[in-house]
Design a binder for this molecule. Structure first.
Ligand code: 2BA
Length: 107
C-alpha cells in the first residue's frame, strides 16, 4: 500500500477530490501553507493499493495541470479608459510524494 501526498492550489483541489471520489478512492483534504509564498494551498492525502497509484497520479495531473491565466493589471487607470494592461501567470500544477505504508488499520 502507498500513501500519496499531493500539494496543489485550493482551486484545483475540489475537482481532484470529486474525480478521486468518483473512482471510489478515499481522500482527505488538509489546509496547508507553502513555506516560500506563505500563502494557502491544499494537501490531499490518499491511501491506495500499489496498483492504483498510477490512476491517482493521472487524475491529479489531469485535474490540476499547469496552465497560464491572463490577469488584469492592478495598475490604477482613469475609470473611463478600459485597462489594456494584462499579465500572464502560471496556475495549477501539483507536487506529489508517494510513500510506502508500513501498516494500515481501521479500529
Ligand atoms: P512549487 O515548486 O510548485 O511548490 C508549490 C508548493 O508545494 C510549495 O509552496 C510547497 O507548499 C509545496 N512543496 C513543493 N515542493 C516541496 C517539497 N520538496 N517539500 C515540501 N513541500 C513542497 P511554496 O513553498 O509557497 O512555493 C511556491 C512556489 O514558489 C514553488 O512552486 C516554486 O515555484 C517557488 N519556490 C519555492 N521555494 C523557492 C525558493 N527557495 N526559491 C525560489 N522559488 C521558490
Amino acid at each position: 500500500m502507498k500513501l500519496v501526498l499531493a500539494i496543489m492550489s485550493k482551486e484545483d483541489s475540489g475537482v481532484v477530490m470529486n474525480a478521486l471520489t468518483e473512482e471510489k478512492i478515499q481522500v482527505t483534504k488538509l489546509a496547508t501553507t507553502g513555506g516560500f509564498l506563505k500563502s494557502g494551498n491544499t494537501t490531499l492525502i490518499t491511501g491506495v493499493e500499489d496498483s492504483k497509484v498510477k490512476k491517482v497520479i493521472d487524475i491529479i495531473s489531469k485535474c490540476s495541470s499547469k496552465r497560464t491565466q491572463v490577469m488584469p493589471s492592478t495598475m490604477p487607470m482613469d475609470m473611463s479608459v478600459i485597462n489594456p494592461l494584462t499579465f500572464e501567470v502560471t496556475v495549477g500544477g501539483a507536487t506529489i510524494f508517494v510513500l510506502n505504508v508500513e501498516q494500515y488499520e481501521k479500529v
